[in-house]
Design a protein around this ligand. Sequence first.
Ligand SMILES: CC(C)(COP(=O)(O)OP(=O)(O)OC[C@H]1O[C@@H](n2cnc3c(N)ncnc32)[C@H](O)[C@@H]1OP(=O)(O)O)[C@@H](O)C(=O)NCCC(=O)NCCSC(=O)CCC(=O)O
Ligand SMILES: N[C@@H](CCO)C(=O)O
Length: 351
Amino acid sequence: MPLIAHSKLPSFARLKSEGEVVLSKDRANHQVIRELHIGLLNLMPDAALEATERQFFRLIGQSNQIAQFYLHPFTLPSVKRGDKAAKHISEHYQSFDEIKAQGLDALIITGAHVEQADLKKAPFYHDLKTVIDWSYTNVTSTLCSCLATHAVMEFRYQQKRQAIGKKCWGVFKHQIADRSHPLVSGVNTNFNVPHSRFNEITKQQFAAAGIKILVDSEVGAHLCVSEDLLRIVFFQGHPEYDTISLLKEYKREIMAYLSGSRADYPIVPMHYLGEQNKAILNEYKTKLIAGELDISDFPEGLISQTLDNTWHDATRQIISNWIGCMYQTTHEDVNKPFMDNIDPKDPLKLK
Ligand SMILES: CC(C)(COP(=O)(O)OP(=O)(O)OC[C@H]1O[C@@H](n2cnc3c(N)ncnc32)[C@H](O)[C@@H]1OP(=O)(O)O)[C@@H](O)C(=O)NCCC(=O)NCCSC(=O)CCC(=O)O
Ligand SMILES: N[C@@H](CCO)C(=O)O
């Protein structure tokens, strides 16, 4: 929530010059206080569909205890679904036409499980492009996660993602590359983010497209913003992941090994597990391969008790900053992206 500079106390000006959100009394008196409407385009596979809803809903809810958020989940009909997920979607999700009629202040687009680099082969390619085109002109800010970042880079900036050659999988150290942007205000200078991907947009590609890198890491850029510094926010990692998400993916890979759909036994996600948990999983592997245990013995319950989460605080702060930046610029009418005095080329007046 922004501070109101209701007196000439020098600290207000000082904080404002440091990038904190400080409103003048006049601006505060005229600000429209209303609820916010945020869309969630959920492209995650069936098994992760509802967990992903909860991850993003939780982050939005925790970002501010006073503002009121209406969340609008939707998906694309071109994503193939099983019966259970299809029922959930038909009962609880809106259609894209309903979303357009409703109007959104902000949109989150999740990642999706598409391993091949060429996004054109994804069944939802054209539908996703339609949503992204609509959102750029109708929504104040769109936050893209992982594959959605790759898709926007291809659709809007002609930068195609590239196969890394192995899976970037684990929890990695990140550093803030530009401490002056309000999206990273109040975030620790170093923090961790989970990644789970076979593909990447390189730092050179972001730079060539005029995209600003705000958070960087040993596995590449994570948090970036479009040239106007707000309208598209890119995550390349999965900062929304639950503590247990990578363990569930690891178990899925062991199941793939057992069924013969992958040749090698998976290595554990990097920098995610302590020594004791690695030892437990190593012993499990030995006994599984020897036929003494099966997949039902996978020690998920035991390991989950001591898994660390070293990314959630930073993610919540970034989401809170994103909501704040969006609220300061969005129009009173949810169907218009910006207030009349806002320049869409520089909505935060940072240039
Ligand atoms: C790994 C699985 C298959 C696990 O699902 P399962 O149904 O097998 O889980 P389970 O062990 O049977 O447990 C079911 C319980 O766990 C919950 N659950 C399921 N998945 C979860 C997750 N990821 N995080 C947290 N909780 C999760 C369910 O809601 C359910 O909770 P209740 O029992 O309480 O209801 C799934 O999470 C999944 O598909 N994850 C992959 C997501 C993904 O593809 N991410 C990468 C995007 S990659 C990208 O964007 C780009 C890729 C690239 O370009 O290379
Ligand atoms: N951006 C608006 C709030 C949303 O209507 C304002 O600051 O008045």
